[in-house]
Design a protein around this ligand. Structure first.
Ligand code: AMP
Length: 552
């Protein structure tokens, strides 16, 4: 198999764009499918679609590196629908890691297949098996399934006709990570030998390449153009706190960042519930999502975050798989991810479709020294910053309060109340009381200072455990405290008096401005290390033999 990262045949849409802008109609799709594309509001193909669709229409096996948000679902759904023969069997099988992703794939197939009268059936756990079997046997062309439940059905031999000529593994790395490898191999054994096989994966660990080698036939490998730089729109910030301060830090950071929508990642289901309850008690509207919840509770949480009635979703890695929430401005790593692939998945949920996103990690010094993720991860992508103190955020909240008051629509009875009040009481005193009352309800809570100071971070950063692969020195000493960028030290003239300047620094703890911060390195922020932590850090299906014979 050609190497995914170095495939000469990998042509990005940009290469082709040099000649002309690619349209959906250039890709070989038929009228009904193009009509569905237009009615879905898709104007131009995404990079992964432009690369994948022609190859899939030709019947080639395909190994694609792309993540949620790249348009990968339509990239495989459109050619799959186009190639349907309607020959009274299940023709397309899509395997996904979670029920949520299954639903998203079903929705996309249904939408894009509506002018070809495509029947799509969901096969997942937690729903009555007999109903799924009945729907498939009534004549579905497409089955979208999670591996466990599908395998149960295949073993029970209840499907009348099941010989998918196209098998798609969506988020293959996630499925392998969840331990589905044996189920997947077994499922392959129920499919025809000469099937077309497609795998999409956000990351390409060895296990994926191995599976591709075993199960695919000389696949074309493609990579979403921005795969390598897919985090370029995501600011990655690290805050270091003491063990007991983790929750205070999260609450403070949510308050200071004021995310449009955010996902907070926790290690376990229990942590997810605990964190959700704790931040809700502190006035932050949040919902948890994890595997112990029943489907309707999970759906409810998803609906609330999508509609915006809840801004914060607290999740485990597993529960968040495949979740596509637009306008996700922030991802918080409350607990460290297990490894860098998981980190990639987590933070890839923000910074989508050219929008800026922020990935905020909260870690203790012990995490930095001992946690597998931090030891494994080259750390120079992080900006290490100091959590804004309550005093620092006071100005910001005052501004917000004034803005809120200025934007509010005046109630009809307000003027009457005012004239009554002004004749009876001291209006200035009343205003001051009212303002204080509002300020109290809006103000930042929790201890004034949370997390390590700039000096403590620097002292930690000088230790070898922290600096990882030893690229130390070069960028050290450019933090907020000793900043070359002129950011005042906290408590050393950086207080209220610096009015306008404070305002620009307070949001997100001293960002000069969204994107600049990444490129400016040491200049603009409160980051402890100037944006760089010192140091860091064609498969062939063997002809005939290796693929088991289809038993259906
Ligand atoms: P996916 O990567 O498949 O999860 O898709 C992410 C989102 O992009 C989904 O909400 C799709 O409906 C949307 N989408 C897919 N293809 C296009 C396109 N060509 N233009 C605009 N939006 C798209």
């Amino acid at each position: 198999m050609a190497d995914v990262d170095n495939n000469e045949n990998t042509k990005t849409v940009d290469d082709t764009k040099k000649d002309k802008v690619i349209k959906f109609s250039d890709l070989g799709l038929g009228t009904e499918v193009l009509k569905a594309v237009t009615s879905s509001g898709y104007e131009t193909p995404t990079d992964i679609q432009a690369q994948a669709i022609p190859a899939l229409l030709r019947g080639e096996d395909l190994l694609g590196q792309a993540q949620t948000g790249s348009g990968k679902t339509a990239a495989f759904a459109l050619p799959a629908i186009q190639n349907l023969k309607f020959d009274k069997t299940v023709e397309v099988l899509v395997l996904t890691p979670t029920r949520e992703l299954t639903q998203q794939v079903v929705d996309e197939f249904t939408r894009l297949g509506k002018f070809k009268d495509t029947k799509v059936v969901t096969v997942v756990g937690g729903q009555p098996a007999y109903r799924q079997i009945e729907l498939v046997n009534r004549g579905a062309q497409v089955v979208v399934a999670t591996p466990g439940r599908l395998l149960d059905h295949l073993r029970s031999k209840k499907f009348k006709r099941f010989s998918p000529s196209l098998v798609i593994l969506d988020e293959a790395d996630e499925m392998l990570d969840m331990g589905f490898i044996e189920d997947i191999k077994k499922i392959f054994s129920y499919t025809p030998d000469d099937r077309q096989t497609v795998m999409f994966s956000a990351t390409m660990p060895k296990a994926i390449r191995k599976l591709a080698e075993e199960e695919m036939n000389n696949p074309k490998t493609i990579m979403a153009k921005n795969s390598g730089e897919r985090h370029k729109d995501i600011e990655q910030i690290l805050y270091i706190v003491n063990r007991k301060e983790r929750l205070d830090a999260l609450v403070r950071l949510i308050s200071s960042e004021d995310p449009e929508k955010a996902l907070v990642f926790c290690r376990t289901r229990r942590d997810t519930d605990d964190v959700c309850i704790a931040i809700t008690k502190r006035g932050i509207r949040a919902r948890a999502i994890h595997g112990d919840m029943n489907q309707s509770a999970r759906d409810q949480a998803m609906r609330e975050i999508k509609q915006g009635t809840t801004k914060i979703l607290v999740a485990t890695d597993v529960a968040s798989r495949g979740i596509d929430i637009s306008e996700l401005s922030h991802v918080f790593n409350y607990h460290a991810p297990d490894n860098k692939e998981r980190y990639t998945h987590r933070i890839g949920r923000t910074g989508r479709a050219g929008k800026k996103g922020k990935a905020i990690s909260i870690a203790t010094p012990e995490d930095i020294r001992q946690h597998y993720f931090y030891k494994q991860q080259p750390m120079d992508k992080f900006k290490v910053e100091v959590i804004p103190s309550r005093t620092e955020l006071k100005d910001k909240y005052q501004d917000k309060l004034i803005e809120k008051v200025n934007n509010i629509e005046i109630a009809p009875e307000a003027k009457e109340f005012f004239s009554q009040l002004s004749s009876e009481s001291n209006i200035e005193e009343f205003f001051c009381r009212m303002f204080t009352c509002l300020q109290k309800s809006e103000s930042v809570k929790g201890p004034n200072k949370i997390g390590l100071s700039i000096e403590e971070i620097k002292s930690l950063a000088s230790r070898p455990q922290f600096s990882g692969s030893g690229r130390s020195g070069g960028r050290g000493g450019r933090g907020r405290g000793a900043s070359a960028g002129g950011r005042p030290r906290r408590g050393a003239g950086g207080g209220r008096s610096s009015g306008g300047e404070r305002r620009s620094t307070s949001s997100g703890g001293g960002r000069s401005s969204g994107g600049e911060r990444r490129s400016s390195g040491s200049g603009g922020g409160r980051n402890a290390s100037g944006g760089r932590r010192p140091g860091g850090s064609s498969p062939k299906r063997s002809s005939g033999g290796s693929r088991p014979q289809s038993s259906h």
